[in-house]
Design a protein. Structure first.
Length: 184
């Protein structure tokens, strides 16, 4: 009878490192989203990543579809977490924030669909939801991509900016030669 318990204890002990290894290999199942302020702080401390800003509103159906489909795709999640400080920015946020000593506010915080100045600045006053602002490692605007995009179409966009291909070739040229991991 003691041999039986000894075998159970030994097999439990040897299974712990295997279990711990498998758990460590598990990738996050969601994008690590930051507030705009958190991303700017992270970027100042560790300027190795670009900043990706998902500008959305609570009432936007396409924004919700983007979250449910594209932003839940494992390939998109892995690439975003590795290459960007990803930000969720409600374009109608009510509070104020200070970035680089400049105050940004929602000039009519009690108004219906009143936009925040930070969203207006990021989107160059072209208020369309969802829209995605890409900022370089210094926090400077690269471009804005508007609208819902399926995961297979979003993957090359992320790589184009995340891999600095926008500095080397046109979007049309890059898009033609891009081979992604997501089936179309």
């Amino acid at each position: 009878m003691q041999l039986k318990y000894f075998i159970i204890v030994i097999s439990f002990i040897f299974s712990i490192p295997v279990y711990a290894q498998k758990k460590a290999d598990v990738k996050p199942s969601t994008i690590k989203w930051y507030s705009f302020e958190e991303a700017m702080i992270k970027n100042a401390q560790f300027p190795k990543k670009k900043i990706f800003v998902d500008v959305y509103t609570d009432w936007c159906g396409w924004c919700k579809k983007m979250d449910a489909t594209t932003f839940s795709n494992p390939v998109i999640i892995d690439y975003m977490n590795e290459n960007f400080y990803a930000v969720k920015l409600n374009a109608e946020r009510k509070d104020s924030l200070i970035i680089d000593g400049k105050l940004y506010i929602n000039v009519n915080p009690t108004g219906n669909r009143s936009t925040h100045q930070i969203a207006e600045m990021l989107l160059n006053n072209r208020m369309s939801y969802p829209s995605y602002a890409f900022l370089d490692e210094m926090g400077r605007s690269i471009t804005v991509v508007p609208g819902f995009v399926e995961a297979a179409g979003f993957e090359p966009i992320l790589h184009y900016f995340g891999d600095n291909q926008y500095l080397k070739s046109s979007w049309e040229t890059y898009q033609k030669q891009f081979v992604g991991k997501i089936a179309k």
